[in-house]
Design a protein around this ligand. Structure first.
Ligand code: FAD
Ligand code: FES
Ligand code: FES
Length: 1343
């Protein structure tokens, strides 16, 4: 410790911060406490949410403000609170979503606009979105300069699009969030913004005056009291370096060294941090009890610009580096451009450049920054225990990993000027901007002479499965002195392939090598002017070869997102049918909406975390904990033996389908199975302690695990589909085949799994109650089933278990049977310990246990005529169901149902529901249907390709007639006028516009070698089932109305539609039905208040719940009408609502009505229709796909709420895009999920949605058999995303045509088609082939 007195030292050690302008002291907190944990457990703040804990989702974003007393300036930046350590925030001010607006003080315009643009569904991402937008506004409005027009900020549309580039949302599909951001941009055309509640699109004029008013600076981000406190301490003795709470903040290198030299310093228990974002990459494996924060050392913060170059302190944030470098020579500007694709704004704002380089040097982190700095000839200054060194970046990277006491002080980047120096950087990653590390990155610097001879060159590559960024020296040597020609590039590329050698275990090694080749090729081509390219060919960098613009062209990544929505509105049942904003949307945006983890912890609450097996089939012999700080936090472990007598080891189960065990006991039956629950005092301790478990397995006397569909078939390991769920074949398959002119036998296609990626992971809070009762707050789609399973598990009657669910932070099927395991686990622990127990799964555990979508393997034989008419289809379908039946027996029916969208002539199938030793697969939004619909498309494309016919023509030819629809679907086909698919398809695919776009695609492909486009139209059918559903409407004495429904609000707008239906149902009692809307509150699901709630899923819960509510209202109307008439007769005027209810109360009328709605047995199913055209562009060199445009037409019937349904359509489509393109839910050889976080599992982000995203909701025909003639919208539109996959296939086909060799035009393209797959299908060696052809052409010309 320094020379401070004890009291002064104690004061200096305290972390004082403002949270939403209130003073807080972080005294006595564990030094590993993150800001997020501090806010959520030590303050009333709940807005920032835990979505990933790794900086990858943005749910936790807050604004951090700092005050400089010397200049009296406040600076602000967004940050991920899940990675920021609270110890680093002394004298900082933190603003959260509830700090900028809330119920009590009024909402902020960002929150109001998020609500008004319908940009919040489940709402779990919304506070984070809100703070990213707010931070962007604060940043944009900061600099001096001309004031923006009234009501706008200085933000530009382009900045607005990047504002939320690192924030994930699984519900909305981002389009309305983007509109919200853009509504603040000074350069926006408000007419371009989508559906909103501020003006009526198409009829009203868009006007900023109609938007909730924005003026910058309205929120105080730094309170005066803290400024005074800081000023008051300005003259105090410098802060101490040591803190009681284990937080050390040295102010000089000397102080740092004195800490290193102290006897307590041990690099295993002391963590040295700059801004701690590295913890998002390399998760802490144990607790640390001491932290050394190096940000206060002045040498680490220098920014020194001279004529020689720029010196940047290691603790300077990446955002600051971007700012400094943007204002420089071309090399600096290019570096800034590359760095702005690193991570996301809220990570870059705190992440330091030095932390990144150290991670690259010490931990083999696939850094972008190390690569670009290496190529730019940077040097580093390093302080070791004994000396200060200046090394080139290359020397530094090549040294053995530096020890914990080596400190990177600064980085120097020389100023290369701009004469004859060419610098380019590249990265290939699944998202252009949204937070994804690259498969390969590169940076090249060349100095050329006047004749374009390469005088000097530096070629740096990184991230390809190499210890650190490296220079391709052999290639550099070869190129020096050469002028670039095809032959020279070819030789360079061949040399490079020897240099780029991904280490063992690197995923997609060949792909990565081919990327490196592509990057080098692109760079060298831009240097050469004699490659014999045709004059109009598009060069690899996207510009026109030989044209004037070789660099800096706008890539398709940078295109602004545009959209159009066409909806049908009807007043017939108002307020049903109005696009009212989602109930509680502003509350969600402010962060006040309560999710399970937001419920304040009850007294004595304990926390649990699962320990899961990593073995697919083994006896669990023992569980021990390694000796560590975290292990000391274990209070107890709950296992199968703690299940009460009379209970059973069950974690989930569905009536008539089967059950799954809660604990893998005594044998673990799949990798990821729960073995036990570690209980600790806090959730973090529980997570960390569970990581310390060492499980001893034995496979003695056990069969080897069955992991794949092939294994299961070999071992006859199947689940049976109950006859009532089994799909039925159509027609005579032999006859159909005999009518065929052509047959394709044994075609194959494969679909992999998909993870739900709800933003709120599985969570429950169990509170034991008197007399063997228990209350569980559960984030579940199945409260009733959860109640039943928990009771069975505990061995108590069902009425002892109350499940309460207010809202769920995204479900998509995952909060179904998987959620019940978490509720059961909490229940068993709470019962045993007689204390409340809460579990909130960390993202990794959630991903490992979740199971997800069913992988499928399909073999098909199809018969067809020469004109494309299908005659017969025989499908062999293998479905990997995992360890338990779960909902898998529903899969065959669903898959075949949507496959039947075409008239196959005859249809037969053999479906095997494979029981395997992997986590059981469950229903994921559009379960089975999305696979079935895609399988149909794969077969149609195969047929079209075999015939050399236009795929859309084959599709159109085989769409059902009304008669064949009935043959295939039976009663679900409905009345002829409701069959809208043909009209929809024709509207999209047979229109002149489509033809001209298809021609434009062809023209583009003819003129572009390295970018290819494809366009495709996909129709869908989706059969849904109506289910019995309860509803209850109660009118309270003041006239307010409480409504209960069986369904749960998952973000799908159920409660909003129910509110509208309540007002509609009671309209006869109150002429102002719109006014009634404000009186309705739909209250949480509670299994003891409303029974038979069944489950929320299958897309029909909203309409069924609405119908049950309508029936309840009808009962109330009947009871209250006579009273109303009596009142009106007396007064001669319409009876006010309040008087009516007062009178009814006096008359002892029962003001609560309950209904259990059952669908008409003759109308239990109906079909939904839609189609989508997607146009994509693929980059043949990298495999990246840009969705240029998607046009969706969906028959929504008479929409109950067009805004809600539009949100469902867009959100489902984008979730489907993830399934078809990027989401790789990979497992290891034991079936354990390895893509288990935001680092490796990439859901779509704002930069990967269609650049033009148009949706039209149509109402084809009235059908009073449906609820107010409405249709479902939750799941069916997900199937439309197959249009993107099909368009990609067209684009790949165009690439294969261009590059010919070994590339048949008929090919299997599985799901997902990732970047690596696209590149592979185009040909990993296209560059070499192209160069060879140029070289041979040049050689022949020379002869
Ligand atoms: C979600 C996310 C996405 C990301 N995406 C990318 C990406 O696309 N490309 C990319 O290149 N990077 C990416 N990163 C990495 C990011 O750039 C680094 O996490 C960050 O720069 C580390 O800085 P820090 O200050 O937070 O370091 P810390 O986490 O504080 O430290 C990291 C390590 O470096 C040590 N350390 C820090 N500073 C010094 C120093 N001056 N001297 C000695 N040791 C030091 C620490 O002891 C620790 O071991 C991403 C990170 C996150 C969280
Ligand atoms: S929780 Fe912090 S970024 Fe996901
Ligand atoms: S609203 Fe964005 S994740 Fe649900």
């Amino acid at each position: 410790m320094g020379s401070l007195g004890k009291d002064a030292a104690a004061a200096a050690e305290r972390v004082v911060l403002a949270v939403n302008s209130a003073r807080h002291e972080a005294a006595g907190v564990d030094p590993s406490t993150t800001l997020l944990e501090f806010l959520r457990t030590r303050t009333p703040v709940r807005g920032p949410k835990l979505g990933c804990g790794e900086g990858g989702c943005g749910a936790c974003v807050v604004l951090i403000s700092k005050y400089n007393p010397a200049t009296d300036e406040v600076t602000e930046h967004s940050a991920s609170s899940c990675l920021t350590l609270v110890g680093s925030l002394n004298h900082c001010s933190v603003t959260t979503s509830e700090g900028i607006g809330n119920t009590r003080h009024g909402y902020h315009p960002v929150q109001q606009r998020l609500a008004g643009f319908h940009a919040s569904q489940c709402g779990f991402c919304t506070p984070g979105m809100c703070m990213s937008i707010f931070s962007a506004l604060v940043k944009a409005d900061k600099p001096d300069g001309p004031a923006p027009p009234t009501g706008f900020s200085k933000l530009t549309c382009s900045e607005a699009e990047h504002a939320v580039s690192g924030n994930l949302c699984r519900c909305t599909g981002y389009r309305p969030i983007l509109d919200t951001c853009k509504s603040f941009a000074a350069d926006v055309d408000l007419e371009d913004l989508g559906l909103n509640s501020f003006w009526k699109k198409g009829t009203d004029r868009a006007d900023v005056g109609k938007l909730p008013e924005y003026s910058s600076g309205a929120v105080c981000t730094f309170p005066e009291f803290l400024k005074s406190e800081i000023k008051g301490q300005m003259n105090d003795i410098p802060a101490a370096i040591a803190g009681q709470d284990g937080w050390y903040h040295p102010k000089s290198i000397e102080e740092l060294h004195s800490l290193f030299d102290s006897n307590w310093f041990d690099e295993n228990s002391v963590k040295i941090v700059a801004s701690n974002t590295g913890a998002g990459v390399y998760k802490d494996q144990d607790l640390y009890d001491k932290y050394i924060d190096i940000q206060g050392i002045p040498e680490l913060s220098v920014i020194d610009r001279s004529s020689k170059g720029l010196e940047i302190g290691a603790a300077v944030s990446i955002s600051k580096v971007i700012e400094v470098f943007s204002d420089g020579t071309p090399v600096f500007t290019k570096i800034a451009g590359h760095l702005s694709k690193v991570a996301s704004p809220f990570v870059r704002n705190t992440a330091t450049v030095g932390g990144n380089v150290i991670m690259a040097q010490r931990l083999q982190f696939p850094s972008d920054i190390a690569t670009v700095l290496l190529a730019a000839g940077s040097t580093v200054t390093v302080q070791t225990a004994s000396k200060m060194l200046r090394l080139t970046m290359e020397e530094f990277l090549e040294q053995p990993p530096c020890d914990a006491k080596t400190i990177l002080l600064s980085i120097f980047v020389p100023d290369w000027g701009s004469d004859n120096v060419i610098f380019e950087t590249s990265r290939a990653s699944p998202r252009p901007f949204g937070n994804a590390v690259s498969f390969v990155n590169s940076a090249f610097l060349a100095r050329t002479s006047g004749q374009l001879v390469i005088e000097d060159i530096c070629l740096a590559f990184g991230a390809y499965g190499v210890d650190h960024a490296t220079r391709a020296r052999k290639v550099e040597e070869f190129l020096k002195g050469k002028s670039v020609s095809a032959a020279v590039i070819l030789e360079a590329v061949q040399l490079l392939k020897d240099v780029i050698s991904p280490s063992e275990g690197t995923t997609h090694p060949e792909y990565r090598v081919s990327l490196a080749v592509s990057f080098l090729f692109s760079f060298l081509s831009s240097l050469g002017n004699n490659l014999n390219e045709p004059a109009n060919a598009i060069a690899p960098n996207g510009s026109c070869a030989n044209g004037p613009e070789k660099h800096g062209t706008v890539g398709s990544d940078d295109l602004p997102v545009r959209s159009r929505q066409e909806l049908v509105f009807s007043d017939e049942y108002k307020p049903v049918g109005k696009p009212i904003t989602k109930a509680g949307a502003e509350l969600q945006a402010s962060g006040e909406a309560m999710y399970v983890d937001d419920i304040p912890a009850p007294k004595d609450c304990l926390y649990g975390a699962f320990m899961y097996s990593t073995h697919p089939h083994a006896h669990v012999k023992s569980v021990n904990f390694r000796s560590s700080l975290a292990s000391e936090k274990v209070i107890t472990v709950i296992s199968a033996k703690d299940i009460p007598v009379g209970g059973k080891n069950v974690g989930s189960g569905f009536r008539m389908l089967g059950e799954e065990a809660l604990f893998g006991d005594p044998v673990s039956e799949f990798a990821g199975q729960n073995i036990g629950i570690v209980i600790a005092e806090t959730q973090k301790y529980a997570y960390m302690a569970a990581k310390q478990a060492v499980i001893d397995y034995s496979t003695e006397n056990l069969e080897p695990p069955i992991l794949t569909i092939e294994d299961a078939i070999q071992h006859n390991s199947y689940f049976q589909t109950p006859p009532f769920l089994a799909p039925r074949p159509v027609g005579d398959i032999d006859q159909g085949m005999s009518q065929a002119d052509h047959k394709i036998l044994s075609g194959e296609v494969k679909l992999e799994s998909q993870y739900y990626f709800y933003m709120e992971t599985q969570t429950a809070l169990a509170i034991p109650d008197e007399d063997n009762c228990i209350t569980i707050y559960s984030s579940t789609q199945l409260p009733e089933i959860t109640q039943n399973v928990v009771a069975d598990c505990l061995g108590i009657p069902y009425h002892n278990v109350r499940i309460i669910t207010r809202r769920v932070g995204g479900g998509f099927g995952g909060k179904g049977l998987k959620g019940t395991h978490v509720a059961c686990a909490c229940a068993v622990a709470a019962f045993k310990l007689q204390r409340p127990v809460r579990m909130y799964l960390d993202r990794k555990t959630d991903m490992i246990m979740a199971g997800g979508r069913h992988p499928m393997k399909v073999k098909y034989s199809v018969g067809f005529k020469s004109d494309g008419t299908l005659t017969a289809l025989l499908v062999d379908l293998g479905i990997n169901a995992g360890i338990s039946p779960d909902l898998s027996p529903l899969m065959p029916g669903h898959t075949i149902s949507s496959l039947k969208k075409y008239n196959w002539g005859a249809l037969a199938f053999d479906i095997k529901l494979c029981k395997t030793n992997v986590s059981s697969k469950s229903a994921v939004r559009a379960p089975g249907d999305v696979q079935g619909s895609f399988i149909a498309e794969a077969i149609i494309e195969h047929v079209a390709s075999a015939l050399g016919a236009d795929t859309n023509a084959v599709r159109r030819k085989n769409l059902h007639s009304v008669e064949s629809l009935r043959t295939f679907y039976g009663d679900a086909a409905g009345d002829a006028p409701t069959y809208s698919l043909i009209d929809i398809f024709d509207k999209l695919a047979s229109s002149p516009e489509y033809r001209s776009r298809a021609e434009a695609v062809e023209r583009f492909n003819g003129g572009s070698r390295w970018k290819k486009r494809g366009i495709s139209c996909v129709p869908i059918t989706y059969e849904v089932t109506l289910r019995p559903t309860p509803g209850k409407v109660s009118i309270l004495n003041d006239g307010s109305i409480a409504v209960e429904v069986g369904g749960v609000e998952l973000g799908q707008g159920l409660y909003t539609k129910v509110k509208q239906m309540t007002a509609f149902g009671l309209r006869e009692l109150c002429p102002d039905a719109d006014g009634l809307l404000d009186k309705v509150r739909v209250i949480q699901a509670d299994t003891l208040s409303l029974i038979q709630g069944s489950f929320t899923g299958g897309s029909t819960t909203s309409e069924s719940s609405c119908e049950a509510v309508r029936q309840s209202c009808a009962v109330l109307v009947e009871r209250l009408k006579p009273i109303k008439e009596g009142l009106e007769a007396k007064s001669g005027a319409a009876a006010p609502w309040s008087a009516l209810i007062a009178q009814a109360k006096m008359a002892s009328v029962n003001l609560s009505a309950h209904a259990y709605w059952k669908p008409d047995p003759a109308f239990v199913k109906y079909i939904n229709y839609g189609a989508a055209v997607s146009e994509v562009e693929i980059d043949v060199l990298t495999g990246a796909t840009t969705i240029l445009r998607s046009d969706l037409v969906y028959d929504c019937g008479q929409s109950l709420n067009p805004a809600v349904d539009l949100g469902q359509v867009e959100g489902a489509f984008v979730q489907g895009v993830g399934f078809f393109t990027n989401e790789d839910y990979a497992t290891n050889a034991d079936g354990l999920v390895v893509n288990d976080g935001t680092w490796t599992y990439k859901i779509p982000t704002v930069d990967t949605i269609p650049k033009q995203f148009n949706v039209e909701l149509i109402n084809s025909a009235r059908d009073q058999k449906r609820v107010l003639s409405s249709k479902a919208s939750g799941e069916p539109p997900l199937l439309l995303a197959a249009s993107v996959h099909c368009a990609m296939r067209e684009a790949i086909r165009a690439a294969r045509k261009e590059f010919k060799a070994n590339s048949p035009l008929t090919f299997q393209m599985d799901v997902p088609a990732t970047m690596a797959d696209v590149k592979e299908l185009c040909g990993l060696d296209v560059v070499e082939r192209h160069l060879q052809s140029l070289t041979s052409a040049a050689a022949s010309a020379a002869v």
